[in-house]
Design a protein around this ligand. Structure first.
Ligand code: NDP
Length: 346
């Protein structure tokens, strides 16, 4: 029962704080049927900081165990799975069908961008997923460190993962310009994905490593892991920020040291976007590989492998979408930038 209550408390607290705390209103990239940009109330970083501070305060005062979410991992996972299923049914069934089968509607969703006042379904889902993932990472790491105090692998892993999540919330606005907001609806894939899959699968390496001694290897591996992670971060964040700056102002001449070259002010062909058509996906893969390398357990490689399964079809789908949207310009872009994800390879 403790695990059920713990998960429900985290999700409820995140929701209440998301609704109640101040934030900033911004225009999104998606437009409503009248052509006006959807508005979003952003306060994710503050909500995240308060929930994590709450966990630290409760653990430091002995109210809960530092490794509560490790001890209760199976119960919290099952609770999240059930909650994700209930959410899917509740968000999909009341909405008008899209014309696809019921199964497809349940999986992919019917409503593109559900909003109720300051609550945006997608922003909340990504936020609650990030909060629960951080709690799992910290709690699994605490379990490991309590048994093996001299261990460094999992501490480095937790630090890199925390950076990944905090940094993502610092750039919450940039996320509004991504495929998830433009092309996806809210159903099982996104809803169950954020409530159950994201917070529990992304830290798969920690599930394996939490109760085992760290692998015997030189510290050099950790240095390589950190370098790989930040190389990936530079590519992913650089590309995403460059595209965000371009969408806000297509006439902008430069992005940092890079010329903001584009085809007719619509398709970016300079800077990061000259390297491959989805260099940001390579960045994401390198970050995941850095995390797997840091933890050092073979099972941790399931995480970067999952990214290959996610991002390769997503790139193909996005390419199709863009070919339809941009027509000959996209053909021209493909000739100028022939590689999909990995320069010179793929
Ligand atoms: P992108 O940010 O690359 O967005 C694709 C869209 O950007 C296209 O549909 C098109 O939309 C626009 N676009 C693409 N190329 C160009 C160009 N050359 N010039 C101008 N516009 C262009 O992909 P995602 O939204 O999939 O990913 C965003 C980030 O999120 C990435 O870093 C990705 O790795 C990350 N991500 C992370 C995941 C995770 O679980 N951690 C999961 C999935 C993604 P339009 O023309 O409509 O503007």
């Amino acid at each position: 029962m403790t695990g059920v209550l713990a998960l429900l408390a985290v999700y409820a607290a995140t929701f209440v704080l998301y609704v109640a705390l101040p934030g900033r209103w911004v225009d999104g990239y998606v437009r409503d049927e009248t052509g006006k940009p959807l508005r979003y109330h952003l306060n994710g970083l503050l909500v995240f900081a308060i929930v994590i501070a709450g966990y630290v305060a409760l653990a430091a005062t002995g109210t809960i165990a530092w490794d509560l979410f490790y001890r209760e991992r199976v119960t919290t996972l099952v609770t999240a799975i059930v909650l994700g299923l209930v959410f899917t049914v509740a968000i999909v069934l009341p909405a008008p069908p899209t014309g696809r089968s019921l199964g497809a509607d349940l999986y992919l969703g019917r409503r593109a961008n559900p909003q109720w006042g300051r609550v945006d379904a997608k922003m909340f889902l990504y936020l609650v997923g990030a909060v629960m993932l951080e709690l799992n990472v910290l709690s699994f790491t605490a379990h490991h460190v309590l048994q093996f105090p001299a261990s460094t692998s999992m501490v480095v892993y937790a630090a890199l993962f925390s950076f990944f999540l905090v940094e993502y919330l610092c750039f919450e606005r940039v996320h509004l310009y991504t495929y998830d907001f433009v092309a996806e609806r809210v159903g099982f894939k996104l809803g169950w994905g954020c409530l159950a899959f994201y917070p529990f699968f992304y830290c798969i390496g920690a599930w394996f490593a939490a109760s085992e001694p760290e692998p015997a290897r030189s510290r050099g591996w950790l240095v390589v892991a950190i370098l790989l992670f930040f190389a990936g971060w530079s590519l992913a964040r650089g590309a995403n920020l460059q595209k965000f700056a371009f969408k806000l102002n297509p006439a902008r001449a430069k992005f940092g040291p890079f010329a903001q070259t584009s085809l007719e002010g619509r398709v970016l062909v300079g800077g990061f976007w000259r390297l491959s058509r989805h260099i940001n996906y390579l960045g994401e893969l390198l970050m995941a590989s850095g995390l797997a390398l840091a933890i050092g357990h073979p099972g941790a490689w399931l995480y970067p492998l999952y990214y290959i399964g996610l991002l390769v079809p997503r790139q193909l789908d996005d390419d199709r979408r863009c070919a339809e949207k941009y027509g000959v310009l996209w053909e021209q872009y493909k000739r100028t930038v022939p590689y999909r994800i990995i320069p010179k390879i793929y």
